[in-house]
Design a protein around this ligand. Structure first.
Ligand SMILES: Nc1ncnc2c1ncn2[C@@H]1O[C@H](COP(=O)(O)OP(=O)(O)OP(=O)(O)O)[C@@H](O)[C@H]1O
Length: 220
């Protein structure tokens, strides 16, 4: 079964014109799919369409075996597929790291104690316990990226959508992120301009060119 199936997606922005012109993709369990394409090609737009954050002009979006069209159709998609935004500041808005990671589980109805246990478990697993009570907006760019991943993992999504997750990471933290991603059972869609990072994480690649997705080698 496809976790996601997008077919013949078209989207244009006023002034920018067409960005996607017949893009199609299927994501299956076990896929670690990289999406490449030049700056402004439409990669982030595509991820947002997968979650219903942007409604395409044309084309169909199927997620977790169901056709998704109206805003309400996407509520459970956003719970089951977690997006790590390109800009960490778009995702972190609580005073401390622990509050930010607890936010999702609390929203899903977990108790304060359950949410606190999830926070500690994740920070330990990601080796970030030292940041538990740090003030979120004072974190370094690389720390913010790792914390946003923790926030998304706290929701226990079935699919991870990662928009430039290695941005702002030094070599050591990039290696740590690669190790973390290898241990995760989730299917992944990865947008990355870094060919060596893609080669370490992805097992498939699609290249977005002139609004369409075509098969490409993972490390090209
Ligand atoms: N809300 C919007 N309104 C108008 N134009 C937009 C909007 N969002 C994105 N665009 C334009 O759509 C195009 C595709 O943007 P998108 O962010 O999807 O590209 P990308 O492939 O992710 O780029 P990058 O690699 O630089 O992150 C760009 O030209 C961008 O300026």
């Amino acid at each position: 079964m496809n976790l996601f199936h997008l077919e013949n997606i078209h989207h244009a922005w006023p002034r920018r014109g067409p960005v996607l012109s017949g893009a199609s993709l299927a994501l299956k369990a076990g896929d670690r799919l990289a999406i490449t394409g030049h700056n402004g090609a439409g990669k982030s737009t595509l991820l947002k369409i997968m979650l219903g954050l942007i409604t395409p002009d044309q084309g169909s979006v199927e997620a977790f075996g169901q056709k998704r069209q109206a805003e309400a159709d996407f509520h459970d998609v956003r719970r089951r597929a977690g997006l790590v935004f390109q800009d960490a500041d778009d995702q972190l808005f609580c005073p401390t790291v622990a509050d930010d990671i607890a936010f999702g589980p609390l929203n899903l109805g977990k108790s304060r104690d359950e949410a606190a246990a999830i926070v500690d478990q994740l920070l330990t697993r990601l080796d970030l316990m030292y940041l538990r009570d740090a003030i979120t907006h004072r974190l370094s760019g690389g720390e913010k990226r790792l914390v946003t991943l923790a926030c998304v993992l706290a929701m226990e999504p079935e699919v991870l959508l990662l928009d430039e997750p290695s941005n702002a990471l030094d070599e050591e933290n990039e290696a740590r992120l690669t190790d973390i991603l290898h241990t995760l059972p989730q299917s992944i869609v990865l947008i990355s301009h870094d060919a060596s990072f893609r080669a370490k994480v992805a097992n498939r690649c699609l290249h977005l060119k002139e609004g369409q997705l075509v098969d490409a080698p993972v490390s090209a």
